[in-house]
Design a binder for this molecule. Structure first.
Ligand SMILES: O=C[C@H](O)[C@@H](O)CC(=O)C(=O)O
Ligand SMILES: [Zn+2]
Length: 276
């Protein structure tokens, strides 16, 4: 498990492209036959990928957690971005098709990942946050997710959000999780941009053609920087940062948050007149 520490916005102003990528960009999470995890010190959020092929993969109890098991003090959200697969939780199997989501509550001891067909594996994307109590392990299909339509074709930001783990969906302690899909011909996500001082957020861009990229914008609204992001790469957003991108094609991205509250609408829109 990699570790990423926090950065102050005054220090961030001095960052080069390489420093910005080293601290905030995460690559190689979804590799065939591997589980890869990153521990961010923003809200102690762990995110990663599990792509089982011929062998099942088990959620490791990383030494850095000093825990009896990974979920001793944590909760976990899993979104399947690939073909069908199964997540086993303490002996119970949950079958996850593409875009099914499983929430696993605190205290679950064994979590395993399997693909239905090793040649076309499941691609499980994982988000985890510290949890103060157990909520029931729960699966939602895409049809059960809350659908939110935002933006318009005229401003190239027409998109649909699917909210799975949130205040009015799957119950959790901290975790808020779902994904956003741009309609064909639209390229801008999360525009106009916002910050949420009470929560950090991680984006994982996916379904972006391999030869295309997303220019992801971060930083305080008056001091923006950008990252060139490829398919299945993630960006960590500190609570002081906007997190918005424009792609060279349409794409999807998973968003996951944790922090002081779970109120999706507790965000401060960056007034466009002030963005620099
Ligand atoms: O705090 C909320 C997150 O940034 C995303 O859900 C926003 C998003 O998917 C979008 O506007 O496209
Ligand atoms: Zn946000």
């Amino acid at each position: 498990m990699q570790t990423r520490y926090g950065v102050h916005f005054d220090h961030f102003k001095t960052y080069t492209t390489d420093q910005t990528r080293e601290e905030f960009l995460v690559t190689g999470l979804l590799r065939a036959g591997e589980i890869n995890l990153v521990y961010s010190h923003y809200d102690r959020f762990i995110f990663g990928g599990a792509v089982p092929t011929t062998q099942p993969l088990a959620l490791p109890n990383d030494e850095a957690l000093r825990a009896a098991c990974f979920l001793e003090r944590r909760e976990l959200g899993i979104l399947n971005l690939g073909a069908a697969g199964t997540v086993g939780v303490d002996g119970t199997d949950y079958h996850l098709e593409r875009f099914d989501c499983l929430y696993v509550g605190r205290g679950s001891r064994e979590v395993t990942f399997r693909s239905a067909h090793p040649g076309t594996p499941a691609r499980f994307y994982l988000n985890s946050a510290p949890a103060h109590c157990p909520y029931p392990t729960t699966k939602f299909t895409q049809a059960q997710a809350n659908r939110v339509e935002l933006g318009s074709q005229e401003t190239a930001n027409e998109r649909v959000l699917y909210q799975y783990i949130h205040e009015n969906g799957i119950k959790s302690c901290q975790l808020v999780m779902g994904f956003t899909e741009l309609l064909p011909g639209n390229v801008w996500n999360t525009f106009p941009p916002h910050t949420h001082e009470r929560r950090m957020e991680v984006y994982l861009y996916f379904d972006l053609p391999e030869d295309q990229l997303v220019m992801h914008f971060m930083g305080q609204p008056t001091e923006t920087r950008h990252l060139a992001v490829r398919n299945e790469e993630a960006v960590i957003s500190p609570p002081w940062s906007i997190h918005s991108g424009a792609g060279t094609s349409a794409y999807r991205f998973v968003w996951g948050m944790a922090g002081e509250n779970q109120a999706f609408t507790d965000m401060d829109a960056a007034p466009l007149a002030s963005v620099r």
